[in-house]
Design a protein around this ligand. Structure first.
Ligand code: GDP
Ligand code: CA
Length: 327
């Protein structure tokens, strides 16, 4: 049983940890393996170090090292090194990097500098967090650098800033005119990405940001075609509940595409390959009818690990119940 999921950071990680928790209790699926294709459009170079926020959030969450209250970074971390950099006036200071977390970025940057690919680096980092023992393969969407930038208008005129500066420093408070993922059109899928989709028995889209997480992964040439053509049913979970994102600024991201903040608008972004769409109780009534798309109402809030496991189990059951698309 091969399960493949595309994912961003916090929403994706909590859902997929829930899936692993759920699978551990399913004796009928004890052979299940999960391959996660992680967004790398959030990646950024800071203090000379390559930082991959979504991949690290996935790795720390699945490996039980996450700071649960923030949703990102290492539990029990300190900010000694960044404080020292601040004393020297080194920028940026708007992006928090803990001391334990920095070790990950130092290791990654050293290995990349020695010629390793990002996939190789992710595998080496993931080994320490026991991902393989969990039956999880974490893949970056691409080994080629991709960076999401946001075009804004401010006192400096029209300019593009890194996604992280828009999201973290400005809290998505400056209207985004458009997103542009630098390098995406030329990015090659990382080894194993297309194979994981084509060979999947089930494909899941966690409730990750549809524009700057899933949307970027879908933009890697070949990924969308693989999803359209695969035999596995594709089941997605809405990140929008009752007209608002559960956390984060997906509303500001959808607005940049001229879309309302609704589960229907998000489903529209996936409609060429989506088979089943999980929405919150009461939200199905607002869904347009689409040929080939079943809409199911399920409790969508991941309040804790138990409810996340229940949500992931519901998505998996919806896929198993749908069965393969063809023969
Ligand atoms: P990021 O990269 O850290 O922003 O994380 P993702 O892109 O993976 O996920 C962000 C999305 O997860 C947001 O749009 C949230 O609305 C959604 N999300 C967070 N928590 C929940 C939840 O408990 N239930 C659902 N349905 N969506 C959630
Ligand atoms: Ca992210």
């Amino acid at each position: 049983m091969q399960i493949t999921a595309l994912a961003g950071g916090v929403g994706g990680a909590r859902f997929l940890r829930g899936l692993c928790d759920h699978l551990r209790r399913r004796s009928d699926l004890s052979d299940a393996r999960l391959t996660i294709v992680g967004n790398t459009g959030d990646d950024i170079t800071m203090f000379g170090l390559r930082v991959c926020p979504d991949l690290d959030t996935l790795m720390y969450t699945l490996g039980d090292g996450i700071d649960e209250s923030q949703g990102w970074g290492r539990v029990g971390d300190t900010r000694t090194l960044q404080g020292e950099l601040a004393a020297y006036g080194v920028q940026p200071q708007w992006f928090g990097l803990g001391d334990l977390d920095l070790a990950t970025h130092v290791a990654r940057s050293q290995w990349l500098g020695q010629g390793a690919t990002l996939s190789e680096v992710v595998a080496r980092l993931g080994a320490r967090w026991g991902l393989d023992r969990l039956g999880v393969t974490l893949l970056p969407m691409s080994d080629d650098p991709v960076e999401t930038h946001v075009v804004i208008d401010d006192e400096d005129g029209r300019r593009a800033i890194h996604f992280q500066e828009w999201w973290v420093r400005h809290q998505a408070g400056i209207p985004a005119r458009t997103f542009t993922a630098v390098g995406l059109d030329r990015a090659r899928p990382a080894p194993g990405v297309l194979e994981a989709i084509r060979g999947a028995d089930v494909v899941l889209l966690p409730p990750s940001n549809p524009v700057v997480s899933i949307g970027i992964v879908l933009g890697v040439p070949g990924v969308r075609d693989a999803l359209r053509g695969c035999a596995a049913p594709v089941v997605g979970v809405s990140p929008i509940v009752g007209g608002a994102p559960v956390r984060g600024h997906a509303d500001a991201c959808l607005a940049a595409l001229g879309l309302p903040t609704t589960p229907d608008a998000v489903a529209g972004l996936y409609e060429d390959f989506l088979d089943r769409w999980l929405v919150a109780p009461g939200d199905a009534a607002g869904m347009r009818r689409r040929r080939g798309l079943d809409v199911l109402e399920r409790p969508l809030l991941m309040r804790d690990r138990t409810s996340a496991a229940e949500l992931a189990g519901a998505a998996l059951d919806a896929a198993l119940d749908a069965g393969p698309r063809r023969g």
